[in-house]
Design a binder for this molecule. Structure first.
Ligand SMILES: [Zn+2]
Length: 393
């Protein structure tokens, strides 16, 4: 199984300059190709990867874009491949139309394939660089591992990372278990499990969010003209944000590893982030990034260990349905945390929802029908009316 290992590293001044230049060229090429493809799209034509690759060759020959020749050509080609993937996802209705990369907001990264780096004796040297990267080996690579892809990135707080994709023989399927769990994303807690367990947000999350809000207010107050102070305020925001994401990622890693180890089948709701963010408190409880990160981790770890993740339709009325007798309540306002059904069962709102999510996921799984997310369906429709459910691809 291929697995990415990510480390921090400290670039020399020359390396930092080379990488910054490369990030800029990657962004430029991506945006130029996106503009060309968009322009074709408005004429109802499609431009494919090979065509953008030919465009890149032509751009490099112009005086205006000659600087693209100064950096390794591989990350530029990879940028075109990433754009191709973004379009494939868009045409497959799995993603929105690709967006331009912004100098300030977009993730700075460059991807190198084997022809553009050398990995020897535990030292990684990238194309156009004389010296190997000074990597902080926070954990060892698997014995004898040799990376097939290397991605260098810099986060908003200015920290440098290198991620290496290697074959990891230690990742083996776990012994099968019969256990299954349903997961509800809630208001009061990060997650509620069908077992009744409630998983809270990472520690300090609330305080960190307050700090982030304060730093953002300070940034907003800095006058446009005041460059130095504004940059300082922006770095402060990035630092607080980086700490939140680090803590959250750590929390989610522990959580997803445990869920995957303990359960054969994990059923989640296919939540549309856009819908969640409309509700202010829900947005506070779990940001869009946290949810997609959680789901991503769950899915790749399930694949590593031979487990199954099932996503059920987000319009399934999990909160309104009694998990004991199956009676559907007319309405279930968000402020109702516990309720008693006519059958006499008293439910915790979130635990009941998680139980229903588990039940609908297992039914679909047993029937072989599966469940498919409906990411962009506007307006609410009950999943009950949409049988047969389809499997998540
Ligand atoms: Zn009932």
């Amino acid at each position: 199984m291929k697995r990415a290992f990510k480390y921090r590293f400290c670039p020399t001044d020359a390396q930092a300059a080379e990488l910054s230049r490369t990030f800029g060229c990657v962004r430029k090429v991506y945006n130029l190709a996106l503009a060309a493809r968009t322009e074709a799209w408005t004429r109802q034509e499609r431009v494919n990867y090979n065509q953008t690759s030919a465009m890149l060759t032509a751009w490099k020959k112009t005086e205006e874009l000659a600087y693209l020749n100064e950096v390794s050509s591989v990350p530029l080609q990879q940028a075109l491949r990433h754009l191709q993937t973004a379009f494939t996802n868009f045409f497959g209705k799995r993603a929105k139309y690709p967006r331009f990369k912004s100098r300030k907001k977009s993730r700075k990264s460059a991807e190198y394939t084997t022809s553009a780096f050398r990995f020897r004796d535990g030292k990684l040297t990238l194309a156009k660089m004389a010296e190997p990267l000074d990597i902080v080996w926070s954990r060892p690579l698997p014995e004898g591992a040799s990376p097939s892809t290397v991605t260098v990135s810099q986060d908003a707080a200015g920290r440098w990372y290198v991620s290496m994709l290697v074959e990891d023989p230690s990742v083996q399927p776990l012994p099968a278990t019969g256990a299954a769990v349903g997961i509800d994303v809630g208001l009061d807690h990060l997650l509620t499990l069908s077992t009744g367990e409630k998983v809270s947000n990472p520690r300090h999350e609330r305080r960190d969010r307050a700090r982030l809000a304060k730093a953002q207010r300070q940034l907003a107050r800095k006058a446009r003209g005041d460059g130095a102070n504004r940059a300082k305020a922006r770095r402060k925001v990035a630092k607080v944000y980086a700490r939140i994401t680090d803590r959250r990622r750590d929390h989610l890693h522990k959580l997803t590893t445990r869920l995957v180890r303990e359960n054969q089948t994990i059923v989640i709701e296919d939540l549309a982030v856009r819908n969640m963010v409309k509700n202010g408190s829900l947005a506070r409880a779990i940001s869009d990034a946290a949810w997609s990160e959680f789901r991503g981790m769950l899915e790749y770890k399930a694949q590593w260990y031979g487990r199954e993740v099932i996503a059920v339709d987000r319009w399934f009325p999990s909160s309104k349905l009694c998990s004991t007798c199956g009676t559907l309540q007319d309405r279930m306002p968000l402020n109702v945390r516990t309720w008693t059904c006519d059958c006499g069962t008293t439910h915790d709102r979130d635990v009941n929802a998680a139980k229903n999510i588990l039940a609908v996921g297992l039914t679909a799984s047993v029937c072989g029908a599966g469940v498919r997310p409906q990411r962009s369906t506007p307006g609410g429709q009950s999943a009950m009316k949409q049988k047969p459910l389809r499997r998540e691809p």
